[in-house]
Structures are given as structure tokens and as C-alpha cells.
Design a protein around this ligand. Structure first.
Ligand code: HEM
Length: 669
């Protein structure tokens, strides 16, 4: 029925015009309505993803020309798609064990079990997981051959002004911020499969793709009929039920400098390591009554290597705590330091609960480690002046828009340049500062049995302080380049080559080649090999030409190792740039960084003053029988030649915790 027909039959034109007008108006109204609806939906989407969208601003662009920005496009995928949603209480005083809620806007940022950050997008042949190929489509050169041709036989024997202590401390920090487990293939009965000897496994297990074939004329392995290194690929986000493309890797440790290796990066490990009384961490004692980490129960299916040792220690870093005597010793040092603090604090505040004693001690341990990193360690690595102009030394500069995550390029390449400082031996030094005996580091890997015997702990630390370290150079020492993890129960001269593994690992995690990363760090892109001459010696460039098809094919690790050192630093400019970037972000992106003020967890000004006095020397004096330490703790000082250059442990190294004493009416704590 036409409701208007009777009234409007004499005015057809007018009616038509009216109807048209009405139709137009309806369409306009509909368009306006739809636009508003669309805008509303867009706004809702914006609000919903705002948190995640903020994480797009991965690295804040600063005005400092030295700073770099991530160019990668996939960094947010893990946080958006797979990271758990976490609710945070902004008033909590202590950092969480797994690092969540440090950033109140993106609570999982920097937390354990989140993805590494990429500075450049992943580089895989298939865009997803297959190893990068050379620009002419051929396979990349064999990492072992690269080592043999470029690095293996060029050891420089000049000694460093830095002592060996720089090594275990550096390794402690490396494992504090980075944990990328190997994806070791196993049978259904949980027995480890050897990718080298099991032909079938090589074909069926993706994990076996990373094995390194030793060339038939290998200068070391060929003599012993060893043809293969069983390196396995890393765990990916798939292992954590998060399929992502390109392949994404998960850092199992918190990405903040927060003593993860002492306390663990998840609640279950951290609780397991606690006595739950007096704030202390679990420990064992040796025959002298000295404190060591708790001893692990033997596991049923241990790799053959571990069966050679009588003990394995439990630490917050289950994968690496027993890797070599140096890392186990420094883990022990910080375990003792925690328990020393817990004891002192409980004497000052007898009413404090186990939890408060644990957390307050932990807070001081973390602050001490951060202070040593930024005051003593980092200036040696990247150079004091560079650190200053990079803006790393500024105080109290927390910025929630800065992403504190570990860069894949840093973890799987740049910081591993410090593998060049691994010496062949550790010295055990007597009270009279004579070398009692020395051990090859590679003979005692995954085997800490020596550490708790007699006074070995003190002797080892004396050795660390007195022995000049290995200078950084374009080679790893011969032993770590051939015999790493060679175990007594295996045939002689088996073992792995750390340098080959480091090159292979870069390919495993899809790092961009050296030229691209060098460019990210401010150099112009090299058009051919000869353009690298600004940073790499012409002799090495010639060998690179023999190994690689094009300048765009060179592995990042290889380029970093060959670069001439930067002024005042022990690494070259590209490693310096990547390390500075990481340590800038680990500090500026950490709400609980020790000098940040105005947070519930901030130290009081008086406490902060005391924290700033504590050095690694204080820690060594408080936790060992070492009687003298040097002020510049990482500089070699020969005690016998310069007895007055070191200071006696005692008043100089006293840790004053008076400012942690609370009036007794706070007994409700
Ligand atoms: C005796 C001393 C050391 C030994 C024997 C050693 C050995 C190793 C080994 C076997 C790996 C695993 C390689 C792989 O499968 O990819 C590794 C990884 C690594 N190393 Fe070292 N290393 C030592 C010292 C250092 C130092 C001083 C640093 C840096 C300051 C460092 C930084 C790293 C880093 C960042 C990783 C990757 C860790 C991860 O994400 O899981 N290492 N090292």
C-alpha cells in the first residue's frame, strides 16, 4: 500500500522531488551513521591494541646519533599472540622473579620466556627457518673451515692488562640476560640422540640440521677420525606452543640484569633454591665448613659428560651453572654474598620475615651486580668515553618506552666476541701468591668437582685476580677451538669448537650478515669486499674473498671478530655499537634499576649512597678468605711485585648496612 498516493496524486513532480530529497537524506544519514560506526570500531580496535601497539615503538628513537633503532617488523608478534596477559600491582616493592610487571604498560616486556628482540628482520632462505644462503644461492661456507682458514692458528700471546676475573664475571652477566636452550633431540624414552652418529636422525630431526661436518683435512679432528660436531638447533617459540613465522626464539631468562643465575627466572626454581628461613638460599658446605651451592640429585638420563663428575650444583641457571669452573665459582660467590647479606640484615632487623630478608638481600645483590656492570665491567668492554657519550652513565633515567629485551644480534653474536678472552688455563694460587697448579679449562667442563676441595675456592679467586687475561683478538684459544667439552671417559681429543658453534648459531637464529648489521651501526654499506678495509685488515679481506661469494654473505660473527678494536675498547665498532645498545636499554628500560628514584622499590638516598660504595672487591672480601684485592678489580696486579698496590680486606671493604635497620615498631613487616 502507498500511504501517500491519495494526498499527493495532484503533485507528482513535487512528490518525486520530495521523494528524491528524502532518499538522498536517508542515504546521507545512513552514510553518516556508517562512518560513525566505522570510526567507533576503529577507535575500539585502537584502544584494545593500544598496549601492544606501544610495543611497536621498540627502541625509542633518541637524539643521540650513536643510538640505533630496530628496523625489524616482527618484534611484537610474540607479545601480541602468545605472551600471557598479566595484571600488575604498581605498588609492589620488589621485582618479580620472572621479570613481568617491570614495565607497567606492557607487563611482559623484558620478562623471562618472551622473545628475543630483533634489530633487523630474520634472514632465512625460505623466509621462515631454512638457513640463509649466499647471494648466488649456494650454501654458506662450513663454519669449521672458516675457523681453520681465518682464525685457528693466529694466536697472539700478548697479555692483557685486565685479569682473568673479567671472564667469569662477563659470563655471569651473559647468562643473566640471555638463555637460549638447545633443542636436543631425544628418543621417546628421553634418551639423547647423537645427530652425528645417527644417520637416520640427521634426516628426520630438524634439530640435527646444525651439525658441523669436519673437513677431511681438519688439522685436529682428522688425526682422530672425528668427522662431525653434533651441534643442535635452538628451541623456538614452537617449543612454547607459539607457532610464529619467521622463526622466533625465546629467552628463558629475564632480560634485565637481575641476578637470574643466582635466583632463577621462574617461581618454581627460585622457591626450590630457597631455605625459606632467614631469607637464605640453600647451600652445602665442604670439609672446611665453607659454603657452596646445593648439590643436584643425579638425573636418570644424564648426558655422558655429566657422568664423569661426582657433583653437579643447583643454581638459578640450570643449563650453565656447572659449565666451567669459573662460572661455578662466581655463582658460588654471589650465593655466599646473598646469604651474608641475609644474615647481616637479620641481625639488624630480627623481626623481619623470611620473605623480607630474602627480597631485601636479593635487592642488594642485584644492585651490586648492576653497579659492577656499569662502573667497572662495561667501560672495559666498550670504552669509558664511548659509554659516556652514548649516554649510558646518566643517572636515574628510567623510560618505560624503552624495550629492555636482549637483541638476537647481541646474544648470538656481539657479546660472544668476548669468547676471545677465554684463556687456556685457570691458575690456583697459594696464600703466598705462588701458582700451586693450573688446569686446562676444557678438561674441567661440566665438572666442578675440584672447586670444594681444600682451599681451592680461595686459590681460584686469587688466581683470577693475579693472572693477566687473554687479550681480545681474532681467534679463540686453541683448546676452546678444538677440545671444548672433551671428557675423560670419551676417546682422547674429542670435543667441540666454540668458534664454529658461534658461527653456526648465528645462522640457526637467522641473523643478518655482517654488512647489514655494520650498516645498522652507522657505516655505509660495503659494495664489495674491499670496502671493508676501514675496519678489517686487507689480509683477512682476501681470505674472506676465498670463503664467501659476496661481501653481503659474510656471517655477522666472522665480521665482528675481524674488526679492528675501537679506541679504548676491547671490541670493534660494530660489536661496540650492539653491546652499547643492549646495555643502554637494560638500564633505561628497567624500572627497578638500582638508582631509579620515585618507585616503590627505590633505595632511600642513604641506602643508595652505601650501594654506590660496594664493589666486587667488597663481595670477594665478604665471602672468601682472599685477604687483599685491588681497587680496579679487573686490572691485573702482581701482588708479589707490587704488594702495596692492593688493599687489605677489612675496613676499606666493609659493607655498612646500618641504613637498612628499621625502627622496631615496623615489626608488622
Ligand atoms: C670459559 C668461559 C666460557 C665458555 C666455556 C663458554 C662457552 C659457551 C658455550 C658452549 C655456549 C653455547 C654455544 C651455543 O650452543 O650456541 C655459550 C653461549 C654463550 N656465551 Fe659463552 N662461554 C664462556 C664465556 C663467555 C663470556 C665471557 C661471555 C660474554 C661476556 C659469553 C657469552 C655467551 C653468550 C651470550 C652465550 C649465549 C647464551 C644463551 O643465550 O644461552 N660466554 N658459551
Amino acid at each position: 500500500m502507498n500511504w501517500f498516493s491519495g494526498n499527493n496524486e495532484n503533485k507528482p513532480l513535487l512528490n518525486k522531488a520530495k521523494t528524491n530529497l528524502k532518499n538522498n537524506r536517508t542515504w546521507i544519514l545512513r552514510a553518516i551513521f556508517l562512518s560513525i560506526l566505522l570510526l567507533g570500531v576503529l577507535y575500539l580496535l585502537f584502544v584494545l591494541f593500544k598496549g601492544e601497539a606501544e610495543s611497536n615503538n621498540v627502541i625509542k628513537t633518541t637524539k643521540n646519533p650513536l643510538h640505533i633503532s630496530s628496523k625489524a617488523t616482527t618484534n611484537d608478534n610474540y607479545l601480541i599472540q602468545c605472551a600471557p596477559r598479566v595484571k600488575c600491582d604498581p605498588n609492589v616493592k620488589y621485582r618479580s622473579i620472572n621479570g613481568s610487571c617491570n614495565n607497567l604498560y606492557v607487563p611482559t616486556r623484558g620478562a623471562a620466556k618472551t622473545s628475543f628482540l630483533r634489530l633487523l628482520d630474520a634472514n632465512y632462505n625460505d623466509g621462515h627457518y631454512d638457513f640463509r644462503r649466499q647471494t648466488n644461492g649456494s650454501k654458506l661456507p662450513n663454519p669449521r673451515i672458516i675457523n681453520i682458514k681465518l682464525f685457528l692458528s693466529r694466536e697472539i700471546y700478548r697479555l692483557s692488562e685486565n685479569n682473568v676475573l673479567l671472564l667469569p664475571f662477563g659470563q655471569l652477566i651473559a647468562h643473566d640476560i640471555s638463555g637460549l636452550p638447545n633443542d636436543v633431540p631425544r628418543t621417546p624414552n628421553d634418551v639423547i640422540i647423537d645427530c652425528c652418529t645417527d644417520d637416520n636422525a640427521r634426516k628426520t630431526f630438524a634439530q640435527c640440521q646444525l651439525i658441523v661436518e669436519d673437513p677431511p683435512d681438519d688439522p685436529v679432528y682428522s688425526k682422530h677420525n672425528i668427522t662431525c660436531m653434533g651441534v643442535t638447533r635452538s628451541m623456538t617459540s614452537m617449543n612454547y606452543s607459539c607457532p610464529l613465522s619467521p622463526t622466533t626464539f625465546i629467552n628463558i631468562n629475564t632480560q634485565f640484569i637481575d641476578a637470574s643465575e643466582v635466583y632463577g627466572s621462574n617461581e618454581s626454581i627460585s622457591r626450590y633454591l630457597r631455605v625459606m628461613e632467614g631469607g637464605r638460599l640453600k647451600f652445602t658446605t665442604n670439609n672446611n665448613g665453607e659454603m657452596f651451592c646445593p648439590i643436584q640429585k643425579k638425573k636418570q638420563y644424564e648426558p655422558i659428560q655429566l657422568q664423569t663428575s661426582n657433583i653437579q650444583y643447583e643454581t638459578g641457571d640450570p643449563d650453565n651453572g656447572n659449565q666451567n669452573l669459573g662460572i661455578t665459582a662466581i655463582q658460588t660467590l654471589f650465593l655466599r654474598y646473598h646469604n651474608y647479606l641475609a644474615f647481616q640484615l637479620s641481625a639488624l632487623n630480627p623481626y623481619w620475615s623470611d620473605e623480607i630478608l630474602y627480597q631485601e638481600s636479593r635487592r642488594i645483590v642485584i644492585a651490586t651486580i648492576q653497579r659492577i656492570v656499569y662502573n667497572d665491567f662495561l667501560p672495559i668492554i666498550i670504552g669509558q668515553d664511548f659509554q659516556e657519550i652514548y649516554g649510558i652513565n646518566e643517572e636515574n633515567i628510567y623510560d618505560p618506552t624503552v624495550d629492555p629485551s636482549m637483541a638476537q644480534e647481541l646474544s648470538s653474536a656481539a657479546i660472544r666476541v668476548l669468547h676471545t678472552i677465554i684463556p687456556v688455563q685457570f691458575n690456583f694460587m697459594s696464600n703466598e701468591y705462588n701458582i700451586d697448579y693450573s688446569i686446562n679449562i676444557t678438561d674441567w667442563m661440566a665438572n666442578p668437582d675440584l672447586l670444594p676441595i681444600g682451599n681451592n675456592f680461595d686459590k681460584l679467586f686469587k688466581g683470577f685476580l693475579e693472572t693477566p687475561g687473554r687479550i681480545t683478538q681474532p681467534s679463540y684459544n686453541f683448546f676452546i677451538s678444538n677440545y671444548m667439552f672433551s671428557f675423560p671417559k670419551q676417546p682422547a681429543y674429542t670435543g667441540l669448537d666454540l668458534l664454529s658453534i658461534d658461527i653456526a648459531r648465528g645462522r640457526d637464529v637467522g641473523l643478518q650478515p655482517y654488512n647489514q648489521v655494520r650498516h645498522l651501526c652507522g657505516r655505509s654499506l660495503a659494495n664489495d669486499f674491499d670496502d671493508l678495509v676501514d675496519l678489517i685488515h686487507i689480509k683477512d679481506i682476501n681470505t674472506l674473498k676465498e670463503l664467501y661469494h659476496s661481501v653481503n654473505d659474510i656471517d655477522l660473527m666472522v665480521g665482528l671478530l675481524l674488526e679492528k678494536l675501537s679506541d679504548g675498547a676491547i671490541v670493534g665498532p660494530t660489536a661496540q655499537c650492539l653491546i652499547a645498545d643492549g646495555f643502554y636499554r637494560f638500564k633505561v628500560g628497567d624500572r627497578f634499576f638500582y638508582d631509579v628514584q620515585g618507585q616503590p622499590g627505590s633505595f632511600t638516598p642513604d641506602q643508595l649512597k652505601e650501594i654506590k660504595k660496594i664493589t666486587l672487591g667488597h663481595v670477594i672480601c665478604a665471602t672468601s678468605n682472599v685477604d687483599h684485592v685491588q681497587k680496579d678489580i679487573f686490572k691485573t696486579i702482581d701482588h708479589k711485585s707490587f704488594p702495596t698496590s692492593k688493599m687489605k680486606c677489612g675496613n676499606e671493604f666493609y659493607i655498612d648496612l646500618t641504613y637498612w635497620k628499621e625502627p622496631s615498631h615496623h615489626s608488622d613487616l
